[in-house]
Design a protein around this ligand. Structure first.
Ligand SMILES: Cc1cc2nc3c(=O)[nH]c(=O)nc-3n(C[C@H](O)[C@H](O)[C@H](O)COP(=O)(O)OP(=O)(O)OC[C@H]3O[C@@H](n4cnc5c(N)ncnc54)[C@H](O)[C@@H]3O)c2cc1C
Length: 502
């Protein structure tokens, strides 16, 4: 196909979370435009099947597709997520919470935390999460949808979901097929390229060829098109994020349905706990240079809260990003575009973000260099900001042990050094363009890891210490009262799941 040919046939290769999210969104976006969307996947190869915690942006993805929340919750056995509890990340026995939604109430035109820092300096502040609506609800196992005006504590809530990855792929598959996406079952054995190097089709084991004008590589870590065929290259970031393995296993739940993810620091990495309606997802993400695979598996299995519901699964990965996510007439989405460990549940968001950018920048013709360069630059910026946010968690630890000593001592990227220094000296966090995480997220982790700034915004001096203390106390009390009156997470779940579309 020449570069001047219009794109009529979009082919997605791979049917995991990335493949079916791409299929649903592209079919929805191009509906009625005369373009076809097809998807090739291999049941024999299967999907990675982990990836169950998300961030609030997922709500926008569902909303754009017109997905009803009750249908989604019911079919993916999802629960609500108000944030992540970090247990032992600074030191054993200490916890902090990264909430969705902000802290307190902005006052006098500046962020709340400057007034909190003023109270800290006077020895009169309570822990930062005391002023988080999300945490006050989460620790009581309560939940409500955000609501009310800017003065209402519930307006500061943000939320996302935990869901079953396999059910989510199936849910999106039904949605996409309902929009006309054609699915081809079979293992791809060859990627066919035209004389100019563009991908022209994929050949299946049984000899069939699925031809197309534009390809989305959703084949997971293998990167069948983007790397095996097009050699887009990979930036390895394991010097900063040395975890290279995980072992995952679901188990029975013991206790109430908590509306948050838990991340517990372990000897050579960390363990996740993701509560779903029907089970709890668990995994140990670790550095294989610091613990053997067998010891990691044994450690995970010995720490489950209930009976295991399947055999443990081991996974290997190389942290980093594809140097060119879009090369020629092929765009990598999902694990084929790179991988950052699931510490802040960002992979599914990076899928969503790539799809949104691709739809905005979708070329009329096969290869448009300007659009491609823009897409690649935007994706690089997004990967880098997530990378730096993850590194922050490790760099600031005060734990003991070879793994934690290594990540505390490691050199970090210059832009993160600057960010930490600015915060330490001035209390300021400047959000970069395309940073997924708001100021309050960086704040939660920096403070939680023990980095309390020496400076703060001078406008915080407009309040006397007494006035400041009074306002903080009023905010704290209002959040507590609101949290005490919220319904239980499990009750909201049951009511939501049984609600039918009007
Ligand atoms: C340990 C771990 C925990 C994670 N936790 C989270 C989390 O909590 N939150 C989050 O957002 N993300 C998480 N992720 C990331 C998340 O799992 C992935 O981003 C998501 O599942 C998308 O995967 P994918 O669709 O790109 O790849 P896959 O699920 O691997 O799908 C690849 C698809 O390509 C197909 N395929 C491959 N080769 C061929 C071939 N030759 N022929 C035909 N088909 C082929 C496969 O059959 C499959 O359909 C986690 C990842 C890991 C490793």
């Amino acid at each position: 196909m020449s570069h001047s040919s219009p794109i009529q046939r979009i082919v997605i290769v791979g049917g995991g979370t990335a493949g079916w999210m791409a299929a649903a969104a592209l079919a929805h976006a191009f509906s009625g435009s005369g373009r076809s969307v097809s998807l090739v996947e291999s049941e024999a190869i299967g999907i990675i099947g982990v990836g169950e915690a998300t961030i609030p942006e997922i709500l926008k993805f569902n909303a754009r597709l017109g997905i009803d929340e009750a249908d989604f919750l019911r079919e993916t056995k999802a629960t609500f997520k108000l944030g992540i509890e970090f247990d032992g990340w600074r030191r054993d026995g200490e916890r902090y919470f990264h909430p969705f939604g902000g802290f307190g109430l902005d006052m006098e035109g500046i962020a709340f935390h400057h007034f909190w820092l003023k109270a800290c300096a006077e020895g009169r502040a309570e822990p930062l999460e005391t002023y988080s609506m999300a945490w006050q609800a989460a620790k009581r196992n309560r939940f409500a949808h955000p609501q009310g005006g800017p003065q209402s504590p519930l307006s500061t809530l943000g939320y996302a979901y935990h869901f079953d990855a396999a059910l989510y792929a199936g849910f999106l598959r039904r949605f996409a097929e309902g929009l006309g996406v054609v699915r081809h079952e079979g293992r791809v054995v060859d990627v066919q390229q035209a004389a100019d190097g563009d991908v022209s089709g994929v050949k299946l084991e049984d000899g069939r060829v699925v031809g197309g004008d534009f390809f989305i590589d959703c084949t997971g870590f293998v990167g069948l098109l983007i790397e095996q065929a097009l050699k887009a290259g990979y930036d390895d970031w394991s010097a900063w994020l040395p975890c290279d393995s995980a072992v995952a296993v679901p188990c029975e739940r013991d206790g109430p349905l908590s509306p948050y993810t838990r991340s517990t620091a372990r000897e050579a990495g960390w363990q996740w706990r993701i509560p779903l309606q029907h089970r709890v997802g668990n995994g140990y993400v670790y550095s294989s240079n610091h613990v053997s695979h067998q010891d990691a598996e044994d450690a995970l299995m010995s720490r489950l809260e209930g009976a295991a519901l399947a055999e443990p699964r081991r996974l290997r990965f190389a942290t980093g990003r594809r140097r060119e996510c879009w090369k020629r007439n092929c765009v990598a989405v999902g694990l084929s575009s790179g991988f950052l460990e699931p510490l802040e549940s960002t992979s599914i968001h990076l899928i969503q973000s790539a799809i949104t950018k691709l739809i905005n920048l979708f070329p009329a013709r096969s290869s448009d260099d300007g659009l491609r360069r823009q897409f690649n630059a935007l994706m690089e910026e997004e990967f880098v900001t997530v990378r730096d946010f993850l590194i922050l968690h490790y760099k600031l630890n005060e734990r003991g042990g070879a793994f934690w000593d290594q990540v505390r001592a490691m050199p970090i990227p210059d832009r993160l050094i600057e960010k930490i220094a600015l915060f330490q000296e001035t209390g300021r966090i400047v959000r970069r363009d395309h940073d997924i995480f708001a100021e309050s997220s960086w704040l939660a982790v920096a403070i939680g890891q023990g980095l309390v700034p020496s400076g703060r915004h001078p406008i915080s001096d407009v309040l006397t210490p007494e006035e400041n203390f009074g306002r903080l106390a009023a905010i704290r009390d209002s959040i507590r009262r609101t949290a005490d009156a919220l319904p239980g997470h499990e009750d909201v779940m049951s009511a939501s799941v049984s609600r039918r579309r009007a």
